[in-house]
Write a protein that binds this ligand. Structure first.
Ligand code: MET
Ligand SMILES: [Zn+2]
Length: 366
């Protein structure tokens, strides 16, 4: 599949455009029956390409400007651990994942971003060459498939992310990097400001966070990253792809440490109005690449696109089926439903969980 000539990621961001990211794949496809929890590897790209393609299409229709390849954890050491895809290789998965992402991206002018994530071999400095070899193997496939840009995402140690970035930049393609860290910093207690500085010095042009904590906590972290870069006199674009779950009670282990992870997170899902608020705060903080990670579904991405429609100048196709701020309810025959066709109703609502015996916060296991 060839790429259609279109404005690249850096051209868009350098011009001050808002870039809407996509949402979470592995968690969503686990729920749909195509990914095994615990392993979280993406062999569904080969086994059920139609399922992966459909999720990409829904994100595109919701307004995503970027299709991230379904290549999470797709390196030899992770797939071996999973042991549930004996005949499928990572190369195969990564090739097919790039093709699927390109096919859907071409349906709507989106860019293809190929991703690598934390490896299973990271220890200390001694693992540098091993980590880099794994990333290089993934990169070779991505280059053959001529993806538009690259991301090193979901790294908990900035040191490992820096190694990945160092390999990815050798391609000459733009490189983004997001860490799955809390406002306190990475696992080794490197603060977000320092993390951002190290990633940019390694060559990343777009830096930020993804996964592990909620939109509020991710905003806090990226703001610290921005301050760190400003203080160091470095320039980079900022990116944010938080969880689509509220977890103010989690520790630096993020949502993985919550007893509800991963099979009972539903009561924590952010709603579309939470996403409006998050999108506006991210934009105001100077972040221009705004998307979501685990828990972020197509309707959340549509909410991002709707909140930022004044800046972007258009609405996504999925908004044909959604009146802004509940206006579609004008057509309801029930007066009490019709009365909810107002921004103030949805903006001020404190949604009930409907679970009278449940606490609003948990005690994390880690
Ligand atoms: C656990 S984070 C997963 C990130 C990846 N981009 C996905 O959505 O599948
Ligand atoms: Zn995630």
């Amino acid at each position: 599949m060839t790429s259609v000539k279109r404005k690249g990621i850096l051209e868009r961001l350098d011009a001050g455009e808002v870039v809407i990211g996509d949402g979470g794949y592995v968690l969503q496809l686990e729920r749909r029956g195509y990914v095994k929890a615990g392993h979280w590897t993406p062999e569904a790209a080969v086994e059920h390409p139609e399922a992966v393609r459909q999720l990409h299409r829904e994100f595109l229709r919701a307004g995503a400007d970027v299709m991230q390849t379904f290549t999470f954890y797709s390196c030899d050491d992770k797939l071996d651990i999973s042991g549930n895809a004996p005949n499928i290789t990572c190369q195969q998965i990564n090739e097919v994942a790039c093709d699927i992402a390109r096919e859907v991206a071409n349906e709507g002018g989106a860019l293809v971003c190929a991703g690598v994530s934390q490896t299973g071999v990271y220890k200390d400095r001694s693992s540098e060459s091993e980590v880099k070899a794994i990333v290089k193997k993934q990169l070779d496939v991505f280059l053959r498939k001529d993806v538009d840009f690259l991301i090193a995402e979901y790294f908990a140690h900035v040191e490992e992310a820096v190694w990945a970035v160092e390999v990815l930049v050798t391609s000459g393609k733009p490189v983004a990097s997001t860490l799955c860290i809390s406002p306190k910093g990475d696992i080794d207690r490197v603060c977000p400001a320092e993390c951002a500085v190290r990633l940019v010095k390694a060559g990343a042009k777009i830096v930020g966070v993804n996964c592990h904590v909620d939109p509020t906590q991710c905003l806090n972290t990226v703001k610290q990253m921005k301050e760190g870069l400003d203080t160091a006199g470095l320039r980079a674009h900022l990116m944010i792809q938080p969880l689509g779950f509220h977890c103010p009670d989690c520790t630096s282990a993020g949502y993985i440490g919550l007893p509800e992870f991963p099979f009972a997170l539903e009561s924590r899902v952010v709603n579309r109005w939470d996403v409006h608020k998050y999108a506006r705060e991210a934009y105001t903080a100077g972040i221009r690449y705004i998307g979501g990670c685990c828990g972020f579904e197509p309707y959340h991405i549509r909410a991002l696109a709707e909140e930022l429609a004044p800046e972007r100048g258009f609405l996504p196709p999925a908004s044909q089926k959604h009146g802004l701020w509940g206006s579609a309810l004008e057509g309801s025959s029930k007066p009490y439903v019709k009365a909810r066709a107002s921004r103030s109703h949805w903006e001020n609502l404190k949604p009930a969980s409907g679970r009278p015996l449940c606490p609003s916060m948990s005690i994390p296991d880690a």
